[in-house]
Design a protein around this ligand. Structure first.
Ligand code: ZN
Length: 671
């Protein structure tokens, strides 16, 4: 069971190298220091961060070159995602860019600031709809002001100007990117640019006919009809226009960079799938797309990897048409080694688990998890991005040929560093001691806990004969997640962690324990409306563990609830005893699972995992509100600095620009 969830994800020849030769932002030296600034901008409900490309120096020149070419390919489709999200987006973006670059009036007034917030939000969402809610958002500056900005910077006639202002301000034009109101026509009510002049019924009929007409189709291995096309009705006829045709100009650029990548591929297998992707971009043939995905999924040996294509269908109300995205990465060897150490010792952990011997596996095998470092984000993965990848999407390919499931280390690290600065830790942590531990060990223990959960936790223990998962019914997920978390919590506090070199000392695990209890008891409730219960399985399991431990500490040896200045804090007095409590609860949860005891599952979940103490809930929400923490985050990309001797590339360095607006404008101009 994976904790990963995908969060959603053009140049002329003369300009092709211009973007990478410019040195801007910080030099690579800054990267190594502790002073690296992760958060670089904050507006509306968004925080913009930078990510570091750790271990870049360890790559060969050939690998750096490969990443650079793939990165250009990941950027080359930028206009595609804007156009896909809504047909007005490119027109509005052009206007915003022109105004930001050319307006030379008063930039200190409130209206200009409001206009800039709108522009920043627009770039962030790749268009005029919120990247997460899908609703259209509006500038806070007045219509007249906006219109004045256009007048001063663009040569548009009065009618065109009025039309543009109307597109931006009129709530009736393209109100939502993706309608979810199933009582109405989903296609007609969604602003996403996958359909033109067709009704939902016509689209559904079109694909039903197409499927029926495909006599060569293999029912076991269906191609993804409609994945890469827009569907249009003209003169009463409904037909598809391939994205490959629609976005020919951008795709030509993508192909140009992919061909360069082929020339420096790490091995023949990698070369083969990049060539297959080029073939797909040239033909738009969906069978070729499947062939490509099979080749890509099988390549687990290459260090450098990428995602590039029409991949995710979240934005289509009918779940068929894919948005364009790009991402480039390479293996994080140190982190992958950590997972491998855990897996190799899987039997030791099983043997030393605090559960009843009758529920232990005689032979246990750990799962290998892979970690990657991202070097470039593009299309639907930029600036808002996933922190894990699990592809390809085709079910039959996953079943027959496997898939790749990875965590993105450097993005997680950036989130961690930003999280340490958003004020939540000093607001809710009991004292400087806990804060210092969080700073010193927090990131390391977070990752280790996830690895223990994924590589060992879920795979540990066994069912008694005749028992299956279905017997716990609606309580299965929460019991299973609690089991994996408890396994990881129990062992992260084991001296074995230090012995295996997974933690630096026997103090480190305390950072993880404190965070876990505080989150389960208090912090996570911020995401729930006052008066509501906890319903999501992962949140329930965390509440179960935290509440069970606190409420079963009868003698008050482990916890103390402290009130300072009318604010509640949790103090953990005895971490070793808390570890024993995790062990005890693990034994109990394992027994429930192994014996399929529905009544016991129900009792423990309902008692500890569902209800929230109303007084505390209100307090948490009030304290959070005062912090103004941005609910959404995204990233700007690093830049590649090409060093040449004559025509030959001799090195590629990385710089970390800080200016979000500058990167947006630069990318928009890379046509
Ligand atoms: Zn899990």
């Amino acid at each position: 069971m994976s904790f990963l969830k995908k969060i959603f994800l053009m140049m002329s020849a003369a300009l092709m190298f211009a973007s990478c030769a410019e040195k801007q932002g910080e030099t690579p030296q800054d990267f190594a220091s502790d002073t690296f600034e992760f958060v670089v901008d904050r507006f509306a409900d968004i925080e913009i961060m930078r990510y570091r490309v750790d271990n870049w120096e360890t790559l060969s020149l050939q690998q750096k070159e490969l990443i650079y070419y793939l990165a250009e390919a990941a950027r080359a489709g930028r206009d595609i995602i804007f156009d896909q999200n809504c047909k007005y987006n490119l027109q509005v973006r052009d206007a915003l860019d022109t105004i930001v670059e050319n307006y030379d009036g008063d930039k200190n007034c409130a209206q200009w600031q409001q206009f800039m917030v709108y522009a920043k939000r627009f770039w962030f969402s790749n268009g005029m709809h919120h990247h997460y809610s899908n609703d259209k958002f509006f500038p806070e500056c007045s219509k007249a002001y906006f219109s004045g900005l256009i007048e001063q910077t663009m040569h548009l006639d009065k009618d065109t100007r009025a039309q543009l202002v109307d597109i931006v301000y009129n709530p009736k034009i393209a109100p939502t990117r993706l309608s979810q109101d199933t009582k109405k026509d989903l296609v007609a009510n969604s602003a996403v640019n996958f359909y033109d002049g067709v009704s939902q019924k016509e689209v559904e009929q079109f694909y039903a006919d197409l499927k029926a007409a495909d006599k060569n189709a293999d029912p076991e291995r269906p191609v993804a009809y409609g994945l890469n096309s827009k569907i249009v009705k003209q003169d009463g006829i409904v037909f598809e226009v391939s994205f490959n045709q629609l976005y020919a100009k951008q795709i030509q650029k993508i192909i140009y960079w992919l061909q360069k990548a082929v020339s420096v591929a790490e091995n023949s297998q990698q070369k083969e799938h990049i060539l297959k992707l080029i073939e797909f971009y040239q033909t738009g043939d969906l069978k070729t797309w499947d062939d490509y995905n099979i080749l890509w999924a099988k390549d687990v040996a290459s260090d450098v990897d990428y995602v590039n294509g029409f991949i995710e269908v979240y934005t289509d109300p009918l779940g068929r048409k894919a948005t364009w995205e790009g991402l480039v990465d390479f293996k994080d060897k140190a982190s992958s080694e950590r997972a491998s150490t855990i897996s190799k010792n899987a039997q030791w952990f099983e043997d030393h688990s605090p559960i009843d011997d009758m529920f232990k596996k005689k032979e246990v095998k750990g799962v290998e998890a892979k970690a990657i470092v991202v070097a470039q984000l593009g299309g639907d993965c930029y600036p808002a991005t996933p922190i894990g990848i699990n592809l390809p999407n085709s079910n039959w390919i996953r079943k027959e040929h496997g898939s790749k499931s990875v965590t993105i280390e450097n993005l997680m690290y950036a989130y961690h560093k930003a999280g340490m600065k958003n004020g939540v830790v000093p607001e809710f942590y009991y004292s400087d001691e806990e804060i210092a531990r969080a700073e010193k060990y927090g990131y390391q223990t977070d990752k280790l806990q996830v690895d223990l959960h994924e590589c060992l936790g879920h795979g540990s223990g066994k069912m008694l004969a005749g028992i299956d998962d279905g017997m716990l019914k609606n309580y299965h997920s929460v019991i299973e997640e609690a089991r994996a978390d408890l396994f990881s919590l129990y062992f992260i506090g084991d001296p074995k962690m230090v012995e295996l070199g997974l933690l630096p000392d026997t103090d480190a695990y305390k950072a993880c324990y404190y965070k876990y209890i505080l989150n389960g008891k208090m912090l996570q409730t911020n995401r729930i409306e006052l008066g509501n219960n906890i319903t999501q399985a992962h949140m329930q399991n965390r509440a179960l563990i935290a509440n069970w431990c606190i409420e079963n500490d009868y003698l008050g040896e482990v916890f103390e609830m402290v009130v300072k200045d009318k604010k509640s804090y949790i103090r953990i007095k005895d971490y070793e005893k808390l570890r024993m409590m995790f062990g005890k609860l693990l034994a109990e949860i394992q027994k429930i699972k192994s014996t399929g005891d529905y009544a016991a599952a129900k009792a423990i979940v309902e008692q500890y995992a569902v209800k929230i103490d109303q007084k505390m809930h209100k307090e948490v929400k009030t304290r959070y509100a005062a912090l103004d923490v941005a609910p959404y985050g995204g990233f700007i990309n690093p830049e590649f600095i090409i060093e040449k001797e004559g025509e030959k590339i001799v090195d590629i360095k990385i710089s970390y620009p800080k200016d979000y607006v500058a990167q947006m404008l630069k990318y928009d101009h890379s046509k």
